[in-house]
Design a protein around this ligand. Structure first.
Ligand code: 0RA
Length: 646
């Protein structure tokens, strides 16, 4: 885009709009998608700018309001977006920031910005995708206002009063034309992100006011402020676990312009929960900061163990890096001035200088900690040895699973009814609760692309068992062999060998059914993580009601409202009818099961996605952990949502 210095207001305005027109034409290119995730991304985009103000030391309070009309207000007490005239564009800076793509960045270079991955496209994108957008700036003693519609200026900059504070308040209402699937904001999704940001930035207080909720309800107002930062974060994540230490280890330092902060705590669980962030962005795919952390951890503990003769006496087993991370909950947060994000989802840090910075800082401070806390060090290392032994046993169990499957002919579990086509991209597997529903599904399916694996009874709660025990479980063995991609972290899991790209969990719509579903999801989340990352896991939604009219015409309903609507219509038509509630999948005959739940033309599948990794970790540990009280609270808090959103 060229800039004409002599352009009058209107002309430059048109040029500016051309930029935002691109955002409206291809919104997914800028915000990822236009479904629920993209919708919520709009909030993050605006909040990130306020966080940047806070990182630069000018802001300590951010307020989010969810209004009744699906609009959002985000207010901060930063410096306020500048309003003076942009020298080249001859427009108020505020207007440039809000209507020009990528113009959101600040002019001072030494601050770390929340930008990377999907973030950092600028507030102007939010403006472009909103049917209404307003900005109120308190700055230089005056209150400035601008208003927009689909990115176009409706109210040019005007002053509306005096003020003695500074800050920016942005209100926007997403355009339903763009967000055609949904414009409904979910408090949970917003709260998970705001809580996370508050943990990562202890100097900030973030509040959420959900005006859709009654004022006396717990969901109406939330405030997040954690002066303990990442240390509080780790304590929070481990609330439902049993820590092996009194307080998380906290390490802080800066090297080569890279501030590093880490809190870590060992607990009695068997899973690794390392959450890493670069400039407040969750780096799901890891990267150089994570390799630095892992190297430091391994070197530190190995040295300490050798020096103190802890590992030598158990020399039967070879200890590997991952053994030092079993039962470890950790939050690693680094700030990088010019982060390079790589990987499939652009959440893998590429900057090589960060690895050594993180490694050196953590190695030194962790060494110090171990020297000063020999009792804790011993406890951790004892756990590490047990982890190594279990891993060795698990390796043997894996080989056994493999050998067994080779001996049983086709290598597949006996109760699997496989599909005939072999292309994973077009193959589905239904994991079905119980043998009888499994039978109906086998008869009702389209055998060319649908495989059925009936699961008997409850699968193991993997949150409470080590990998060795998990691999002894028959149902889990059957799943591993049927899916074909192995089990475990990283190289142990081979996504390219996966035999189905749709893994569909089909359980009864009752308490047992939802328990089994959660057990399966916990297993996939902890031991086959890439399945969820790639969106291969789905939940089938069988109907709740069947309405049969006297002529034998059958209608299905998935909720009470639809059932009542069907009944009203039948009554109006003066037809007799019979309503029955499905108690289980087994009550449907194969034809009905196909029609309602398995036919790609008519079924609805819920794709399982993780909006927020830390929140998912917290949810699984709370739902499946030892402690009853947090679980009861969690379920109570979430019971108004018919299903779990994860
Ligand atoms: C550009 C420059 C400056 C601040 C901001 C933008 C800014 C943007 C947003 C968005 C939401 N809240 C915000 N707060 C500030 C620097 C201002 C200066 O140098 O005084």
């Amino acid at each position: 885009m060229t800039v004409n210095n002599n352009s009058d207001y209107k002309a430059s305005n048109i040029q500016v709009l051309e930029g935002l027109e691109a955002v409206r034409k291809r919104p997914s290119m800028y915000i990822g998608d236009t479904a629920q995730r993209g919708l919520h991304h709009l909030i993050n985009e605006v909040v990130d700018n306020s966080i940047d103000e806070a990182l630069a030391g000018h802001c300590d309070t951010i307020k989010v309001f969810i209004h009744n009309d699906s609009s959002i207000t985000i207010s901060d007490n930063g410096r306020g977006i500048p309003v003076d005239e942009h020298p080249k564009l001859k427009l108020p800076a505020l207007e440039v920031v809000l209507t020009k793509l990528h113009a959101g960045g600040k002019f001072d270079k030494d601050s770390y910005k929340v930008s990377g991955g999907l973030h950092g496209v600028g507030v102007s994108c939010v403006n472009a995708l909103s049917i209404f957008f307003s900005a109120e700036v308190h700055r230089d003693g005056e209150i400035f206002v601008m208003e927009f519609e689909k990115g176009a200026t409706k109210t040019p900059l005007k002053t509306v009063g005096k003020t003695n504070v500074t800050g920016t308040t942005i209100r926007f209402k997403p355009d339903p034309e763009i967000f055609s699937q949904t414009t409904e904001f979910k408090l949970d999704i917003i709260a998970d992100r705001m809580r996370e940001l508050a943990f990562l930035n202890p100097q900030i207080t973030i509040t959420i006011t959900d005006e859709r909720e009654e004022e006396d309800s717990d969901s109406h107002f939330m405030e997040f402020h954690y002066s303990g930062g990442v240390k509080d974060f780790v304590k929070y994540l481990d609330e439902a676990r049993d820590p092996l230490m009194n307080d998380p280890i906290y390490i802080e330092g800066e090297l080569e312009n890279v501030p590093v902060e880490v809190a870590m705590q060992y607990n009695s669980s068997y899973t690794e929960n390392v959450h890493s962030y670069v400039n407040n962005i969750n780096t799901r795919e890891g990267g150089t900061h994570i390799s630095g952390f892992r190297r430091a951890l391994t070197r530190c503990f190995k040295n300490y163990a050798e020096k103190n003769n802890i590992i030598k006496s158990n020399s039967k087993v070879q200890i590997s890096g991952e053994d030092f991370r079993e039962g470890l909950t950790c939050v690693l947060s680094v700030k990088v001035a010019e982060p390079q994000f790589e990987g499939q989802t652009k959440t893998k840090l590429g900057n090589s200088e960060v690895q050594s910075a993180v490694e050196v800082i953590i190695y030194d401070k962790l060494n110090e900690f171990l020297e000063q806390n020999p009792k804790t060090a011993k406890k951790i290392l004892e756990k590490v040895v047990v982890a190594a032994e279990a891993r060795e046993a698990a390796r043997k169990a894996r080989q056994l699973i493999q050998r067994k499957s080779i001996m049983s002919g086709g290598g597949l579990p006996g109760k699997l009814a496989d599909c005939s086509i072999k292309d994973p991209a077009h193959s589905e597997i239904y994991l079905v609760e119980g043998d009888s529903a499994g039978g109906s599904a086998k008869m009702g399916r389209n055998r060319s692309f649908q495989a059925i694996l009936p699961l008997r009874g409850k699968i193991l709660n993997v949150e409470k068992a080590n990998i060795n025990k998990i691999l002894e479980n028959k149902e889990i063995q059957a799943m591993i062999t049927a899916l074909g991609a192995g089990v475990g972290h990283e190289e142990e899991f081979e996504l390219d060998k996966l035999r189905y790209h749709k893994i569909i969990i089909m359980t009864d719509a009752d308490v047992d059914g939802s328990h089994i579903r959660t057990l399966l999801l916990t297993f996939f989340y902890r031991y086959m993580h890439p399945l969820i990352d790639h969106g291969f896991v789905y939940i089938a939604t069988p109907p709740l009601y069947r309405v049969t009219s006297t002529r034998g015409e059958i209608q299905y309903a998935w909720d009470d409202d639809t059932r009542d609507k069907i009944i009203r219509e039948l009554k109006k038509a003066k037809k007799k009818f019979d309503v029955s509630r499905y108690k289980g999948l087994g009550e449907m005959n194969p034809g009905q099961l196909w029609e309602t739940t398995m036919d790609p033309e008519t079924r609805t599948l819920q794709q399982v996605t993780i909006d927020n990794a830390a929140a998912a970790d917290k949810m699984f540990s709370t739902l499946m952990g030892d402690d009853v009280e947090p679980r009861r609270e969690f379920i109570e808090r979430n019971s108004k949502y018919a299903k779990l959103d994860i």
